[in-house]
Design a protein around this ligand. Sequence first.
Ligand SMILES: [Zn+2]
Length: 394
Amino acid sequence: MFLLVENADIYAPEKIEARDIFTAGERFAWIGNGFPAKSTLPGIERIDASGCLLLPGFIDNHVHIIGGGGEGSFRTRTPEITLTELTTAGVTSVVGVLGTDAVTRHTASLVAKARALEEEGVSAWAMLGSYQLPVRTLTGNIQDDLVLVDKLIGVGEVALSDHRSSQPVKDELARIAAAARVGGMLSGKGGIVNVHMGDGPRGLSMIKAVAQETELTLAQFLPTHVNRNPDLFAEAVEYAAAGGHVDLTTSTTPVFLAEGEVKCSAGLKRLLDAGVPASRISFSSDGQGSMPDFDEKGRFKGLTIGRCASLWGEVADSVKDEGIPLETALQVITSSPADHYRLPRKGRVAEGLDADFVLVDRDTLAIRTVVARGRVMVKDGSPVVFGTFERNSQ
Ligand SMILES: [Zn+2]
């Protein structure tokens, strides 16, 4: 399968001079100006990307791919994600997580769903564990799971400073992080511990204590939802300035924002202004997690789900509302998570890497075309490839 994209403004995520891209099979094969073998190779699919920006496929590092929620009893369990929920949002790589419920949801199902999404055309991994501790492993311990199960790339989401947390003590968190670290080292994976942060006043203190009192560093962790309240966010800015990585959650509601949640685009600006490099900042959608839904007067209406589309929405707002250069803002959903989670073929446009990319309109930044591993998944803003059971419901 050959694909030639011409006349694009390419961000790799840094702006590059080339305007044309040729993919062969699942990889970027050539990047330049004026593809030399255009007339000699048969069966090349061509896309004229005039007026479009070509960006690396987006990485959503925290999505409840088999559903989450359930905190308001069984009927509040959220459904599994569909392929097009990801692709129409420009997401070509996803990392699945469990959540509060490790009784009726399991790592094995998460791994199976990651494999299903791979078969359907995007790239997917999963984190081992949930809020519940000790971590419920597949083989008996964390290191074995990370070394032996290809799809498991780290541990999480472990919950801290939250009433739903298993309330680990510091030594417990240190041992989990140590096992994740060594498991990651032995298997060439990131071995990161993704930490769900709640609203509790202890904030990031336990992670900081582990980094101070053991040989582990802040880089072993990725605290997420750090924009959920102003105090936690202020602490997160200091934490990131001191060398930590932080993840901001993009799916939100106007009511949450009015109550003090920091909008991701504004949060990114504050982090950058504080001198934190974009390489230590990521955004994730918390997609498919349960979210309250409010009417126009702010009254509770029922439950809905977090949307992956919020991921690019917040990066686009970072550019449009906050004046952050695209090549900087883009890093938080491409190269930053790829490097921290150690996904070496992802997050960049370069020869030899996976041919994952998104074409957005140069003026409106609306997503036009999405290509995952060399295959066109979304064309002119509409999906052209559907998940196994999606077609039946069309
Ligand atoms: Zn969470």
